[in-house]
Design a protein around this ligand. Sequence first.
Ligand code: NAD
Length: 295
Amino acid sequence: MPAESSKLLDGKRLALQIQEELTTQIQTLQAEIGRPPGLAVLMVGDNPASAAYVRNKERACERVGIASFGHHFPTEVTFDEVKQTIHNLNANPEVDGILVQLPLPPHLDATALLYEIDPDKDVDGLHPLNLGRLVRGEPGLRSCTPAGVMRLLAAYDVELQGKHAVVIGRSILVGKPVSLMLLAANATVTMAHSRTPDLAAVTRTADILVTAVGQPGLITAEMVKPGAVVIDVGINRKEVEGKACLVGDVDFASVQPHSSLITPVPGGVGPMTVSLLLGNTVWSYKQRRKASYNS
Ligand code: NAD
C-alpha cells in the first residue's frame, strides 16, 4: 500500500462528534426525566497522571451536561471508607455511573472494590457480571477503551467479518475484552502477549492489528502486513528532544506508510475512551429510566 493512501483514524474528531450527540440526547432526556445523568469518579492519592485523567473526565462531563459526583480520597484512606462511599453512590438515585480511577495504592484491593460497585452503574464495564455478559454476548456495560476501538473501526467502515485480527496484550482492561468484541464481530482473533515467542510472525498475518502493551517502539514496519489497519492503544510517556510527550506502542513514522489506516497517539484511542465513558453513563441513565417505568 503506497504511503499516501495511509489514513489516520481520527479518534479526537470522532470523540467530539460523539460528545455533541450525547449533549443533544441529554438535553431531550433531562426534560423528561427531571435530572441530568450523574457520574462519580473516585480517585485515591495524588498520582499526577490519574489526576489529569480524572480532570479530563470531569471536564468532558461538564461539556455534555453530566453531573459529577467525584470523591478524591487521601492516599491513606481505608478500604472500608472507599467501600462505604461506593455503597452510598450505589444507593444514590442521581448517580448512574461509578468509576474507580486506577491504579490504587497497594493497600487497597482494586478487584475487591470493583465487586462493590452496582453492576448496573459499572460504567467502566469491569465488574465480573459485565465481563460475563460480554463473554455471553448479552447486552451490558462494556469497557470504554475496547468499546472505543470498536466504534472507531465502525466509523471508518473497517470490515471485520472474516478478517484476521491480532491483539497484543491480554489484560482485563483492554486485551481480553477487545479480543472478545472482535470475535463477536466475526473476525478470526489471535491473542499475543509477553510469552508469545515470535511476535513478528504473528503480527505479520494481521489484517487488523491492535496493540495494548505499553512499550514504545514495539511495533515496527517489518512486523506489519502491507495495508493492515493498525490500532495503537498504548500510551507511553517519553522524552523527545528534551520535551515530555506521549507515544504509543507503534513506531508511527515507519509503520504509517505500511498501513491502510492507523491511529495516532495522542488523538486516536485515548479520546474515544472518555467519550465512551460518557456514552456508558447515558446508557445507564436510560436503562434506569426504563426500569422505573416498569416498576
Ligand atoms: P497491562 O500492563 O495490564 O498489560 C500489558 C500486556 O502487554 C500484558 O498482557 C502483557 O502480556 C503484554 N506484553 C508485555 N510485554 C510484551 C511484549 N514484549 N510483547 C507482547 N506483549 C507484551 O496494560 P493495559 O492496562 O492493558 O494497558 C496497555 C497499554 O494501553 C498501556 O500503555 C496503557 O497506558 C494503555 N491504555 C490506554 C488506554 C487509552 O485510553 N488509550 C486505556 C487503557 C490502557
